[in-house]
Design a protein around this ligand. Sequence first.
Ligand code: CA
Length: 226
Amino acid sequence: MNILLVEDDLELGNGVRIALEDQGLALLWVRRLGDALQALDSRPFDLVLLDLGLPDGDGLTLLARLRREGETTPVLILTARDALADRLAGLDRGADDYLVKPFALAELVSRVRALARRSYGMAGETLEVRKLVLHTATMRVTVDGKLAELSRSEFDLLSLLMKRADRVLTRRMLEEQVLPGGASNESNVLDVHISNLRRKIGPGYIRTVRGVGYVIDRVDATGDVS
Ligand code: CA
């Protein structure tokens, strides 16, 4: 497990480093956006912990570049900016999770563990629902043959829904299985991911079951199975 920590705050960075190393997790800590980009070019990481306010730029730049290049490495954003707009911007650009500063280091460790579990153990299988095809081994999703660029969380969410097509998955179940840190009453992270997914794979796949959760139907509402 290789973790890249991008954080310019010395005290916080040190705390995170010690907490993760105590757990036996390997970590590279950089304090500038430029160093982070260089590190990512030099070798793969299993997880990126990303501060947004960096001395030489905005962490979101790095996230956007990763996703543009098709990198699905999970990204956990560490931010003091807890405004809703910032969270949405991050999720929209493919972040997997958020921690708002100040946070408990134990909470960070548990989220890191959750994201790490999802990075491993993907068996090779292909799931198909109508024109939607998901390959678990390569983590590629195509819609009618065209590649859809999904974040790690969006991919995990979609693969869970496709594995259990025709069965309604409750919000709680989806949050627990897919979102690190599990369900949270005030969290709208699930809604944001679903809305991003719908935009990326197109309408007609993910159906809302009001007050319960979501389902992907093998046959769409119009009865079209093509
Ligand atoms: Ca900072």
